[in-house]
Design a protein around this ligand. Structure first.
Ligand SMILES: [Zn+2]
Length: 124
């Protein structure tokens, strides 16, 4: 996201602008949602991690049977899952009614190794 005051690019979960100090919508709890990315536990490809990006910022590495979560301002966001295969891109939309989303990932056999595949998206 970008600072509404000075326009600098901020981390998606920043509560204040690191340049001018203006609070972002993340400092208003009514505007904060949550993204949970859950990788199913499988015996297949268990040693391969997937990289997870939210709005072009690295959130972390998704290992077998683990979960990555972050608070995030409600609105549209882009999730990108990277592996040795083609990136998986998923747009999501958090609203005041549906502030939280669970995205379930299932590893599938790819050309080289394992690739992430979105199994289920559940807004709540
Ligand atoms: Zn600023």
């Amino acid at each position: 996201m970008y600072c509404l005051e000075c326009g600098i690019k901020l981390d998606f979960n920043a509560k204040f602008c690191c340049n001018c100090g203006k609070p972002t919508p993340m400092s208003d709890e009514n505007k904060v949602g949550r993204i949970n990315i859950i990788r199913e536990k499988k015996m297949f490809a268990f040693a391969i991690s997937f990289s997870v990006y939210v709005d072009d910022t690295l959130l972390g590495y998704l290992k077998n049977g683990t979960e990555l979560s972050t608070d995030i301002v409600i609105g549209p966001h882009k999730i990108v899952l990277k592996s040795t295969e083609k990136d998986v891109i998923q747009d999501i939309l958090l609203t005041e009614e549906k502030k939280e989303v669970d995205i379930t990932i299932e590893p599938k056999m790819g050309l080289v190794a394992a690739k992430p595949q979105i199994k289920e998206i559940n807004y709540k």
